[in-house]
Design a protein around this ligand. Sequence first.
Ligand code: BG6
Length: 508
Amino acid sequence: MSTRSRTPEAFSIVIFGATGDLAKRKLFPALFGLYKTGLLPEHFRVVGTGRTPRSTDEFRESVRASVSEFGRLKPDSNAEWQDFAGRFYYAASDVNDPRGYGEIRSIIESFEKEHALPGNRLFYLAISPDLFGAVSRHLRDSGLTETAGWKRLVIEKPIGHDHASAKALNGQIKQTFTEEETYRIDHYLGKQMVQNIDVIRFANSMFEPLWNHHYIECVQITASEIVGVEERAGFYDRTGALRDMVQNHMLQMLMMVAMEPPSRLKTEAIHDEKIKVLRSLRRYTEEEAGEHVIRAQYLAGSIEGKQVPGYREEKNVRFDSNTETFVAAKLYVDNLRWAGVPFYVRTGKRMAEKATEIVIQFRNVPKNLYFNKHNNLNPNLLVISIQPNEGIQMVLNARHPGDDSRIVPVAMEFSGNFGKSVPEAYESLIHDAIIGDQTFFTHWEEVSLAWKFIDPIRRAWDADKHPLYHYASGTWGPQEAHELLAREGHAWWPVTGRRDHRIIRVGQ
Ligand code: BG6
């Protein structure tokens, strides 16, 4: 398990794609966050590489701009900044050209020699996945991966666009890096409340006896966004919400909720249990997909009072595109614990609110009994709010003060950030990669099984076997996503912000 207090050994990190968006928005601010909180060792070096020619001074300036715009933490003094930035170097190179790797190697080797270090090297590929294979090969051929210390590779999704392409890519990477050296990022696993799921489940004895089909009616996982495709239309139009969000983030959250208690809180044991969930996940054929998985695309509408265009009117989107920007699905984990319990997942762009939330809905008190005489009692809920407000809510029923006959839902609430600024997902994941903790990274088997689940659905949609529905921007998705649950006698719970008006907080 991740131990944030562990200070890593001296290391170098090479960032491929150092002039790109991910480096600017996430990686540099995360590295500064780690530095500022004392989680980096005394000696470390960052080598940025990209096609754009840049001097090291210019590179340091760009790192400064990114930290001041996107950083959770900022430098307090110029001296502090100079100490941090002095570790950054730039080597312009085309990743396909073996010559660039020589310069990277000499920057790293001079650092290792200067401090008599064994040579711990982390290679971070913030570049297009088509290049992962070529870069891994060049890293090996250039001798950069021959080191007495450790070597690790960090890669971002998407890992392939289906099972076959992911397998081919993995095969290329394997020529240079073993599974134990490959860190596949799913940034949802870096979010504090996603990491909290196993603590909530396994550190509280009250939940385990209830965590099964006898007591749980359904699970709902929502990840809604208000943004549209923004600058990524070219990528998104080829990808769609199923590959962009469901194959990875949504299934990861599902695994965390559904997994069996691991034999030990160790990476391998946790990965094993997550993998078993995907093995039990009911696969739909192309035909069955129509009944259980809904796809939809946003139309024009209003977000926070502003008119926004429909998906097909966005820049760089094909005018007749059928790419889905919303997916809702009813999933089943076919094992003894979860037999018959639907896991509803929904995700989409241009929805009414930005929120990621997991709702565990418990079975209700039997109908027509005691307080449920009129069959209108609210079920108990455990709500895990992942963002924007981290926290947990338990929704119970209580007598309304002063009104004997009224039973109202009340929420007990805990704020997950303890009032502090919480480390960004990337801070925690980069730290884990440098201390060698793979717990919150994705194992190849997870990627592989997730694609096997996704592929038939994708094929059915590509062949237009099932309808593409539509929803107005600023709403909670198409009517059909509500009907998906209504057929089972369920309904989507409004996300926490929306539910508040119906719930009296304990103590108020
Ligand atoms: C990314 C997707 O993985 O996650 C994006 O590619 C999406 O399309 C993003 O916007 C959402 O992440 P977060 O952390 O903002 O919920």
